[in-house]
Design a protein around this ligand. Structure first.
Ligand code: ZN
Ligand code: ZN
Length: 373
């Protein structure tokens, strides 16, 4: 049998089943389904994967039949006629599955109720085991092919960021800039946006996840642009902060502090490091500058098929992890001051055992922001 990335991933997930004490797993997370099967349909409703030690099945309906059969090699494509639950129950019976793992973060309560009821009706004695992070853990370590696609997505994102930054003028609205970003990413070869672009100007830039609206951009106010292209399913995620005209002392001070925090994190992050310690690298700089309370979100997050994926680079104990080699994470410290605005700078880095490789091209649009680094 030919080895494909998907056959390797399938083997890896099978290897994990005994440790989770299940003899089969149902995969319904959109990125996880794609990662394992290679089926590129991203409609959340197309169906599920079922993996046992011997079998690998992709269960979908007529609408996706031809497409799945054309794209998927390592899973048997099974078309259910009326009800996924009935087909699945028959299959589980035939395969002798007794302990079925499912993705707790993705199977909705309603789906769970329907599937478990159908299984009972079919006379199955089945233990349903909620699992977390099974495929997400495999997705952390990017292959060379995945990295190549992500680098393309980031390069396009940077190109459009530079173009749009050069054209920022007073009088444009946030929404107009966001539309310009979307058009250019698509024209440049993106299949779509990795996430809805954030263009936040003036006081709106104090809202980390602001939705661009009809606010008119003015000179002398911070403008945060957070954007990313999606190519072949993979995301880029990058933020820069701009100002039209000469920045005042306050902006320079805040900007330099955020940039120093980012530079310290980028110099100190590496595979094998504890995620809480990683988050602290930047947080300590901002706290020492007197703005600890104004940096209210995580330092970063993994990026890949999902724009937010494992590992989290966060102060949260619940999400604590050891940073894996081959993971791509963002480094995005920010300071947000209600009434004034904010500054956020976000790069993507690749974690190696010996350190972090910044995937972004150098360039912050402000030479003075590199002073004293
Ligand atoms: Zn971002
Ligand atoms: Zn991000």
């Amino acid at each position: 049998m030919m080895t494909t990335p998907f056959s390797l991933r399938l083997a890896a997930v099978r290897e994990l089943l005994p440790s989770r004490e299940v003899d089969a797993v149902l995969i319904s997370g959109p990125e996880n389904r794609r990662y394992l099967s290679g089926f590129t349909a991203d409609d959340p409703e197309w169906g599920v994967l079922l993996v046992t030690a011997e079998a690998a099945l992709l269960l979908t309906d007529f609408r996706y039949q031809t497409w799945a059969q054309q794209e998927v090699r390592d899973f048997e494509v099974l078309i259910y006629k009326i009800d996924l639950g009935e087909t699945l129950a028959e299959l589980l019976k035939r395969l002798g599955v007794r302990r079925l793992g499912f993705e707790a973060g993705y199977l909705t309560y309603r789906q769970y109720q329907r599937l478990t009821r159908t299984a009972v009706k079919a006379g199955l004695t089945l233990a349903w085991e909620p699992l977390e992070g099974l495929v997400e853990g495999l997705r952390e370590n990017k292959t060379g092919a995945e990295l190549a696609v992500m680098r393309r997505a980031l390069t396009l994102t940077e190109t459009v960021m530079r173009q749009v930054a050069g054209e920022l003028t007073p009088g444009l609205t946030e929404a107009e800039v966001a539309w310009e970003i979307e058009k250019r990413l698509r024209q440049g070869g993106a299949e779509g946006l990795a996430f809805p672009s954030i263009v936040a100007a003036g006081p709106n830039s104090a809202r980390p996840h602001h939705h661009p609206g009809d606010y008119v951009i003015q000179a002398g106010e911070p403008i945060i642009i957070d954007m990313g292209a999606r190519i072949d399913g993979y995301c880029a995620d990058m933020t820069r902060t701009f100002i039209i005209g000469p920045p005042d002392e306050h902006f320079r001070k805040i900007y330099s502090l955020v940039r120093r925090a980012q530079a310290r994190a980028e110099a100190g992050l590496k595979a094998g490091l504890d995620s809480l310690a990683g988050d602290q690298l930047a947080r300590e700089v901002i706290a020492a500058g007197g703005y600890g309370e104004a940096f209210g979100h995580s330092l970063g997050h993994g990026v890949g098929l999902a724009v937010h994926e494992a590992p989290a680079l966060s102060p949260s104990e619940a999400r604590r992890t050891t940073l894996a080699a081959g993971a791509v994470v963002t480094v995005e410290p920010g300071i947000y001051l209600t009434g004034w605005g904010g500054v956020r700078l976000e790069d993507m880095i690749l974690l190696h055992p010996e350190g972090a490789e910044v995937l972004n091209q150098p360039g912050y649009f402000y030479e003075w922001s590199e002073e004293g680094l």
